[in-house]
Design a protein around this ligand. Structure first.
Ligand code: NI
Length: 190
């Protein structure tokens, strides 16, 4: 097991398209274990492969630290955490939208409200390549959409207004230059 350095805003790997996973061998199994450990070490609730410099279509999620904030009627549907989502595909999103303040381990110290569909339905495979269909709302839907974006090279700062982005420009440029203090290992791009 190993804690992997997290790539920061400005790193081209965060903007690349990812590739579908065909099978989970020893190496990928180890990556998944490392990603869960890396996420927990950074006190994150989600981590996508590009954030550790990889191009596989996979991310890990663990919303259990936020369980108190999940309405009780949604908790029953909550799959066991942490979750590994491989080759996810969002099939449906609710018309109802919600605003929620997001952050990202690749963009330390910045939090901004982002509007997204309240619920989504998706298919994915777990670490044994078993197929799942999941309809989910609330915080888990939020985290899944944020991580899903990572697999398409999209960051939450792409969803905020250009006005807000211009306010954050100096801070974002600083992060891309490695001028950032994070409580977890990061790998600035050169
Ligand atoms: Ni993120």
């Amino acid at each position: 097991m190993a804690i992997l350095p997290i790539r920061l805003f400005g790193d081209p790997v965060l903007r690349q398209q990812t590739k579908p996973v065909e099978s989970v061998g020893d190496e990928l199994c180890e990556l998944i274990v490392d990603m869960v450990e890396t996420m927990h070490n950074a006190e994150g609730i989600g981590l996508a492969a590009p954030q550790v410099g990889r191009q596989e279509q996979l991310f890990v999620v663990d919303v259990s630290p936020l369980l108190d904030e999940i309405p009780e009627d949604l908790r029953g549907d909550l799959p066991e955490q942490p979750m590994v989502l491989i080759n996810p595909e969002i099939m449906w999103e609710s018309e109802e939208e919600e605003e929620f303040e997001e952050g990202c381990l690749s963009i330390p110290d910045i939090r901004e409200p982002v509007v997204r569909p309240e619920s989504v339905r998706l298919t994915y495979q777990d670490e044994t390549m078993k197929e799942h269909t999941l309809t989910v709302g609330g915080i888990l839907a939020r985290v899944i959409q944020h991580e899903y974006d990572h697999l398409e090279g999209v960051l939450f700062t792409d969803h905020i207004s250009s006005f807000r982005r211009s306010i954050l420009k100096r801070k974002l440029t600083g992060i891309s230059q490695g001028k950032v203090e994070a409580t977890y290992p990061v790998q600035p791009c050169n």
